[in-house]
Design a protein around this ligand. Structure first.
Ligand code: DC
Length: 430
């Protein structure tokens, strides 16, 4: 199973050391993406190719062979592990790495090497560009003074004698280059976890990173468990009816709900209820006020939070992962519909999707067609202000199959029809 850990940050933050340690600990493959850019740079130096010579660079990229094997880096079958760390390469690599064709080629290689594997990559743009959907994203940082001190010490140990001020200037020059590049700029991904390592030892940073990864692994396991349809135990059944009854009573007291059109529910077959999504109280109302057990489909992240995760399990909410087509979720929905269960789906995909001008999602129509079931639209009338009435106005079932004329956009058209019915039912006087 694929699991990507992206570690980004400027040089001298201990990225390489930490990443190697963590790779060993979790038995992940380690990919030093900086070393890849260094290999390209070295080859350009060897072949005396200038930064401007696009044609020659393209030729180099076509024929270059880079092998990364733990600490050992091979360029065209020669061990260059030490050579690529030397001053001439270090001084040029930042500029080489920001040549668009170099970047495109290396990013493609990084994705190819990592495909389907458990990999930890360190670099500058891994979380933002190479793997924007990485399972874990970490951004390591430290003051330039501290990073220069570390590099100066490293150099001393290797017998390299560069004055401290020069080391610092070099680091700041590279930072500037890396952060302001037009392609693959060094930037913290919005969802990356930021760690300032200025006053931390390697061990302390390692511990923090391990904790983050373990937490994410645990969360993924919890979410994956939500995909497994477990048999309802007597205890779960009891807890379910108790909580449904209690919350339902509360809902009735606060919103004095009125329910219209329940007779439109297809009898003795599975179906899908589609509603507008204003806030979580709309799903709650549909679930709590129906005798039938309605299973909503919600973003998998719901299972991240204690109480929501508990309610998700209790009401058999089907998780769906955002941003990718989630086969497991589709399978679960089809299985439930075959079992004559009722699903709840918000075609807007998110709260107030229409108001945010988002395209209506066609997942509900897709499922209805696949499972040969109907869609019941529902309009929700009211403001959800406490002690004002909320009305659930269920409409006539829609047979989406009638819209399937084989045209490419039939799913979109049928989804629009569902959404229009929902809007009409929201405005209808009842
Ligand atoms: O991590 P390092 O110092 O070996 O990286 C060498 C250079 O390569 C550095 O100046 C930034 C660049 N680089 C990059 O632009 N993108 C990456 N993913 C990795 C490194």
């Amino acid at each position: 199973m694929s699991f990507i850990i992206a570690v980004d940050g400027p040089s001298g933050t201990g990225k390489g050391t930490i990443t190697k340690l963590v790779a060993e600990k979790f038995d992940f493959q380690y990919l030093d993406t900086g070393a890849m850019y260094r290999c390209v740079t070295l080859k350009m130096i060897n072949e005396k190719v200038s930064l401007e010579n696009e044609e020659k660079i393209e030729e180099i990229l076509k024929n270059i062979k880079i092998d990364l094997n733990g600490d050992k880096i091979y360029l065209d079958d020669t061990d260059v592990s030490k050579r690529i760390r030397e001053e001439d390469v270090t001084n040029l690599v930042s500029q080489v790495s920001h040549i668009p064709i170099v970047r495109t080629s290396m990013v493609e290689l990084q994705r190819r090497i990592s495909e389907g594997k458990k990999v930890i990559l360190d670099g500058r743009d891994i979380g933002t560009n190479v793997f924007p959907n990485a399972e874990v994203k970490i951004y390591l940082d430290a003051s330039s003074e501290e990073r220069a001190k570390r590099r100066f010490k490293q150099n001393k140990e290797k017998g390299i004698d560069i004055p401290f001020e020069e080391v610092k200037k070099n680091i700041e020059f590279r930072d500037n280059n890396d952060k302001n590049s037009k392609v693959g700029a060094l930037k913290k991904a919005e969802d990356a976890i930021y760690i300032d390592t200025t006053n931390l030892s390697i061990k302390q940073v390692e511990r923090k990173v391990i904790k983050i990864i373990k937490k994410k692994q645990k969360l993924i396991k919890t979410i994956d468990n939500a995909y497994v349809m477990t048999k309802d135990t007597p205890l779960k059944k009891f807890t379910h009816s108790f909580i449904k009854g209690f919350l339902g009573l509360l809902y009735r007291i606060v919103y004095r709900p009125k329910i219209v059109g329940e007779e439109n529910f297809p009898k003795d077959e599975g179906f899908i209820i589609c509603s507008k999504h204003i806030n979580y109280l709309d799903a709650a109302g549909i679930i709590l006020l129906n005798k039938k057990n309605i299973r909503f489909i919600a973003k998998a992240d719901l299972y991240r939070f204690g109480i929501l995760s508990f309610l998700g399990h209790l009401f058999n909410i089907i998780p769906v992962k955002r941003g990718k087509s989630d086969i497991n979720s589709i399978k679960l929905c089809l299985k439930a519909l075959k079992n004559k269960e009722t699903l709840g789906i918000f075609p807007e995909g998110t709260r107030k999707g229409l108001e945010k001008h988002m395209k209506v999602k066609n997942g509900a129509v897709f499922l209805a067609e696949k499972a040969k079931v109907k869609i019941v639209p529902v309009g929700i009338q009211g403001s959800f202000k406490p002690f004002t009435r909320i009305t659930f106005n269920y409409g006539k079932p829609i047979n989406v199959h009638d819209f399937n004329n084989g045209d490419e956009d039939w799913l979109d058209k049928a989804s629009e029809k569902v959404m229009n019915d929902i809007i009409m039912l929201t405005k209808e006087k009842v």
